[in-house]
Design a protein around this ligand. Sequence first.
Ligand SMILES: [Fe+2]
Ligand SMILES: [Fe+2]
Length: 293
Amino acid sequence: MNAKVNISNRAGASFPVRRMNFDFDQVPEYWAKDSAGITHFMTALSALFPDGEKLFIDSVRAVRYHPAIKDNEALQKEISAFIGQEAMHTHEHAGFNASAQKYGHDVAKYERETGKVIQGARKWFARVVRPFGMTQEMVDLTATTALEHFTATLASQLLLNKHIQELMTDPTMSYMWYWHAVEENEHKAVAYDVYEEIFGRGVKSYALRNTALVMAMALIFVTQSSFVIRLLKEDGKLNLKELGMIYKYAYSPSKGVITGMTREMLAYFKPGFHPNDLDTVALLEKWKAKLGI
Ligand SMILES: [Fe+2]
Ligand SMILES: [Fe+2]
């Protein structure tokens, strides 16, 4: 595994910010079980992160001094650590994405397209809900709570699903994904708590967060799938064998990483839902020890 770790908890939050420094130079072209399909499934996800995580950071920053939370010291510390973790994820994913250049993939192009999808969707959605008294800040923050639920759920699948772990064969790449997965679970409640503190648990806030989840999932599915297909095409590997590997890895009913997320994803629609209802404390302890973080 090629990475240096530097852990700091200056914010005094319930979780630290870890400065990572991965070296992707030795990562093979098809780092996941020699499969172009699975590798590009993950590359396509990675392409979503820089602009996605920028939205997370911007949406929380935009409201962090709202009167409802500005004097909440504990939450302010969590927000600082949340921003620190997400910024570090973006840094490392952008580093990996740039390293794919040597195998002929301009992943930055996919990052820019992700940015356009996000900007278009958030502005359109805000226009639609404006007559109901909902603001751009509220839309952005609830898009973040929805996407944070998605990343935390995907993360717990990566940490729990042995079948997937067997396919993550390169030590540097698997370490990067597990580190990111641990941190997504550590900070999974921050954006949600900010949203509830500011916008409450009323019908309006409940309806908006559910609508945002459905929209966000549809957009992720379409965007990420189109990236996978184009990445495979760029390699001349858009064929049934690779698509079959993706099906097994992501969508097969018994072992798929995406199908495995169903129950936890649906929990978001419960009226009294809170991200910490899904207890991952023991799982995180085990993985932090395993990764030495
Ligand atoms: Fe992240
Ligand atoms: Fe996150």
